[in-house]
Design a protein around this ligand. Sequence first.
Ligand SMILES: NC(=O)c1ccc[n+]([C@@H]2O[C@H](COP(=O)([O-])OP(=O)(O)OC[C@H]3O[C@@H](n4cnc5c(N)ncnc54)[C@H](O)[C@@H]3O)[C@@H](O)[C@H]2O)c1
Length: 369
Amino acid sequence: MVTLVAVRTKPTYTIHIEPALFDQTMLTPAIKPRQICIFSDPTVFGIYGSKLAAVLQSSYHCPVESHLIESGETNKNLVSVAYAYNHLADLRFERGDLMVALGGGVIGDLAGFVAATYLRGVPYVQVPTTLLAQVDSSVGGKTGVDHPLGKNLIGAFYQPRAVWIDPHVLRTLPLNQRRAGLAEVVKYGVIADQAFFEFLENQVAVLRRDVIRDEDWPVWNEVIARCCQIKADVVASDEKEITGHRAILNFGHTFGHAFETVTRYSSLLHGEAVAAGMRAAGRMACALGLWSAQEVDRVEQLLDALELKVALPPLEPSAVLDAMRSDKKVRAGKLHMVLPQAIGKVCVTSDFKKEDVLTAMRSLAETKV
Ligand SMILES: NC(=O)c1ccc[n+]([C@@H]2O[C@H](COP(=O)([O-])OP(=O)(O)OC[C@H]3O[C@@H](n4cnc5c(N)ncnc54)[C@H](O)[C@@H]3O)[C@@H](O)[C@H]2O)c1
């Protein structure tokens, strides 16, 4: 089963979703590289690198090099970027050559940033291998690296030429990473698609299974395709976050990024922080009279059922507020928050007080979320 999703940005590109994609000739975008460089981390490259290199070689008939970066958020920085530039310069990489990002969001964001800036831009393709990267980070062209003062502070909007997704790679993804990726999946239902949210509620038994079974693939394909479609639509309507519509993708992320920053990226996976952040934002929307308590419960029940429950470490509320103030969603000194009004509908608002944020946070501290 093949699903193609068009992303109508400049340039337009296609997300190609197909189980066992690595077993066949990759569809080639209109590029004729003299050489290809696969960016990856040692874990992912160890499992899929030689297979992908062989497929690329037979599809493009050119040499395929590799550039490995140690996995983990702590390596998504300018030191890794400089190391990558050195390697590309050694390879005498040209503007017509092709970079391929094979891995999760860390590799995709970093490789995309290198592609955006080396020689003022070389083409790249995303081959995402985590659920989070398949449903979110590989699509939309946000590339970048972290700075000691904040996550993703340095970056560029730079669209890939294609996204190639093989859902079967989720088989080797550690269970906690797959679960964390489901937070972004739930996010899409809440921000844009009530029917998709209901679909997720109906498929909980499949989605929470420890080991994916053969009969589960149609559900996973549907999940990835629906998320990619929603993200493609949102990104096409506001490619560079100018009108503000793209900001709805940040539901749960203002709290979530602050939780990650305050815990120094040590105890929470990104998706776990986003799940806790969606609970906080939901409770805040309810307290402000924007959203019904019944729907807040419904979303939290789905998060519970998908085992997206973490024990947040004790957090100093003022530290979380400080972290929020260095968030990229601060405009003219005012923090903006994505808050739900119904399942499938959110608003972006700055119409709240510091106390509303603190109350929502305190309510999380009282329960295991
Ligand atoms: N650009 C965007 O729009 C966007 C959106 C959301 C998140 N992000 C970024 O994504 C990053 C998080 O990405 P992530 O959650 O994918 O984590 P990750 O890239 O750190 O990958 C998680 C781990 O899984 C391993 N792994 C990946 N695929 C595997 C597979 N198929 N089998 C076995 N192991 C595998 C990796 O080696 C790594 O250790 C953050 O830096 C975040 O800022 C970017």
